[in-house]
Design a protein around this ligand. Structure first.
Ligand code: HEC
Ligand code: HEC
Length: 275
């Protein structure tokens, strides 16, 4: 009895569903297809008609040109030295807690800086007495720790650049050789800044390059960078000579940078005290 009742009662419902489904399902499909076609045409129209400005093209290709400048191991959201310092290191180094060398205290940092960058890096990565490994934050990447160190040490008279492998300091003989290679192969552009080459005395242009570390610059010099020819255009130049030229350039650039820093410091002596 229940079955029989159900059959007769649902006939109207079934009919309605079938009608609605039959009408609307194709209608919806048609609407979707029309929207798709309109969308495709709209996009095609844009690409065809809008003149793409020269700048837009340059902007679009720029990232490729600068690829040598990017650390391929760097995660997307690497923090800067200042961020690492204020988020992690300042917990102790801001106040000198636990006997840590205090931020901007050149006296406290002087002897430590004197140990050299690679010792500082080693101690900060692995821990050193009461200094916890990575400042106690295991999520910091090696590069972030390196940047934190450089931010602190350079604020207290150091002159380091963050790199993971230590950049061996070139000897006076290396620099002399680099200078000769530079004069013969690189000076034509980098002395004057012609073709957009970073002028050797341009502290602003070199500061970010020096921060990349030598490996990136060696690679740029040997393989070429956006606008910078491989081996300065002299294909006979050995890797060693190209690197020596870079050593010399970085040495000169660092001198220009620290001179500019000193000039800026003299202009604005009252820097806000670190918290
Ligand atoms: C929990 C406190 C604490 C935090 C957080 C901390 N440090 Fe330290 N740090 C110390 C102490 C204490 C020392 C001194 C250790 C000693 O010389 O015995 C020190 C020393 C150092 C040194 C000098 C090592 C040497 O060889 O003289 C460096 C470099 C350093 N810290 C980097 C960092 C960095 C980078 C961070 C943040 C990522 C950080 N620290 C966070 C406590 C801390
Ligand atoms: C024909 C001109 C020219 C010569 C010669 C030249 N460079 Fe460059 N170099 C450039 C230009 C242009 C750039 C800027 C590239 C850019 O904007 O990234 C550059 C950039 C660089 C950079 C910075 C890397 C970067 O990503 O910007 C280094 C390092 C460098 N050159 C090293 C050398 C060395 C070493 C020599 C000699 C062996 C040399 N260059 C010779 C034009 C030159």
């Amino acid at each position: 009895m229940a079955e029989h009742h159900e059959m007769t009662k649902t006939t109207l419902k079934d009919f309605l569903y079938a009608t609605l489904g039959g009408l609307f399902a194709p209608l919806i499909a048609i609407i979707l297809i029309v929207m798709l076609v309109i969308g495709v045409q709209g996009r095609m129209g844009q690409d065809d008609s809008a003149p793409v400005s020269d700048k837009a093209v340059r902007d679009r290709i720029k990232p490729f040109g600068h690829s040598v400048a990017v650390d391929p191991n760097a995660p997307k959201v690497e923090r800067t030295g200042e961020q690492v310092y204020s988020e992690v290191c300042s917990g102790c180094h801001g106040s000198g807690a636990l006997g840590s060398p205090k931020f901007k205290d050149a006296g406290a940092w002087g002897k430590r800086n004197g140990q050299g960058y690679s010792t500082l890096l080693d101690h900060a990565l692995k821990g050193f007495n009461k200094m916890p490994a990575r400042g106690g934050d295991p999520d910091l990447t090696d590069m972030e720790v390196a940047r934190g160190i450089v931010y602190m040490t350079n604020a207290a008279g150091g002159n380091f650049s963050p790199a993971l492998k230590k950049d061996p300091e070139p000897s006076a003989a290396d620099l002399a050789r680099g200078k000769a290679v530079y004069a013969a192969n690189c000076a034509s552009c980098h002395d004057t800044g012609v073709t957009g080459a970073q002028k050797l005395t341009d502290a602003k242009a070199w500061a970010p390059l020096v921060k990349l570390g030598k490996d990136a610059l060696y690679e740029a010099a040997i393989k070429g960078s956006f606008g910078g020819p491989a081996r300065g255009g002299n294909e006979k130049l050995s890797d060693g000579d190209a690197k020596a030229a870079v050593d010399y350039m970085v040495d000169q650039a660092k001198a220009a940078i620290s001179a500019a820093d000193k000039a800026a410091a003299a202009k604005a002596p009252a820097k806000p005290a670190a918290k």
